[in-house]
Design a protein around this ligand. Structure first.
Ligand code: ADP
Ligand code: MG
Length: 342
């Protein structure tokens, strides 16, 4: 079947896959994410927001949603909002008429137009420049787009799938990312868990990549027990992408043996501490003679506010309560400092 794929400046190319069968892993959190993705794939063009650290499979899922849906034969168009300078990004997205600006020698269709009845994948959307955010919002709200320097408007027919780092909520909090655009994109969000939160997937995914690398080897290569153990103690800051690279290297380094052993796994040890969004701070201690639940709550609120840099909306989200509830809790008890004496 003929599938149009348009790669744009730095978008990863581009073998069409079909649905979610390329997603490896049986952990409940991954399976839940796939279930959500399949559900939204069945809609014609509901906007999807994929949240996950680098290498967690956001692009894989975006393609999965596209190719599992009714628009599989329509274009899948990807653009990386972090990789393209602002002025180029604008004309990539919206297109331009001839003479719209110096150097615009020919008319150019924007990706919102080119994606037609397919999918536009906005990768790393948290890096979308501030200036472009209201323009994108307007286009998405009106479902119409006008080329730079043009008069006519075209309807936007494609599905938008945006991908962002878990830091997106923080840049919404600081005002770097417009809240209204965030809500416009956050119609149906799917969180892709980091690999360290689903270690039960690691071995299976590693085997999958090893088999891929060494497809026609006889006998088939295997991981030794110490290799599996080494895979399980690492924290995988680069997630599945990092795992893939480690396995690819190991396949080469172990060329002489059937076994891939720990020594073949060149896992990067970081000297600098990586700040991960799920890093916890503080520890709430319960003394043997007990502690008031409201004091535990007060500490939890204070620590969470510390994590969000004082942003109450974000803190409420992290605590799973509404913002008014958080405000009430902050008002009844002073939460200035987790360690403060009663
Ligand atoms: N669950 C998975 N099963 C198999 N391959 C995966 C899985 N998750 C990610 N990958 C692979 O890992 C690499 C990084 O995934 P990608 O979708 O590009 O991540 P992200 O866009 O979140 O940075 C790709 O080669 C992708 O195919
Ligand atoms: Mg990516």
């Amino acid at each position: 079947m003929d599938t149009a794929e348009v790669g744009v400046s730095g978008a990863v190319a581009v073998e069409p896959d079909f649905g979610f069968q390329n997603v490896v892993g049986d952990s409940a959190i991954l399976r839940d994410a796939i279930k959500m993705a399949e559900r939204v794939a069945a809609t014609r063009r509901t906007t999807v927001l994929l949240i996950g650290e680098t290498g967690t499979g956001k692009e894989l899922f975006a393609r999965g949603i596209h190719y599992a849906g009714a628009s599989a034969n329509e274009p899948f168009v990807a653009i990386n909002c972090a990789a393209i300078p602002e002025n180029l990004l604008e004309s990539e997205l919206f297109g331009h008429e001839r003479g719209a600006f110096t150097g615009a020698q020919a008319r150019k269709q924007g990706l919102l137009e080119l994606a037609a009845f397919g999918t536009l994948f906005l990768d790393e959307v948290h890096h979308l420049p501030r200036q472009l955010q209201p323009k994108l919002l307007r286009a998405l709200e009106s479902r119409r787009v006008r080329r730079l320097g043009g008069l006519n408007e075209f309807p936007i027919e494609c599905r938008i799938i945006a991908a962002a780092s878990p830091l997106l909520e923080q840049v919404v909090g600081t005002g770097e990312f417009r809240e209204d655009l965030y809500y416009r994109l956050n119609v149906f969000s799917i969180t892709l868990p980091p690999l360290r939160d689903r270690l039960e997937d690691v071995e299976q995914i590693a085997r999958h990549f090893l088999d891929e690398e060494t497809r026609d080897y006889q006998p088939a290569k295997r991981f030794s027990d110490d290799a599996v153990a080494a895979l399980l103690v690492h924290r995988w800051p680069g997630n599945v992408r990092e795992l893939k690279n480690v396995v690819e290297r190991a396949a080469i380094l172990s060329a002489d043996s059937v076994m891939v052993r720990a020594e073949h796994l060149l896992i990067q040890r970081r000297t600098t501490r990586v700040v991960e969004p799920d890093d916890s701070i503080g520890d709430i201690r319960i003394p043997r003679n007990g502690k008031l639940l409201e004091d535990v709550e007060r500490e939890a609120v204070a620590l969470t506010l510390k994590i969000t840099g004082g942003n109450q909306a974000a803190a409420a989200r992290l605590l799973g309560i509404s913002r008014p509830t958080l405000a009430k809790k902050m008002a009844t008890r002073a939460c200035a400092d987790a360690g403060s004496a009663r």
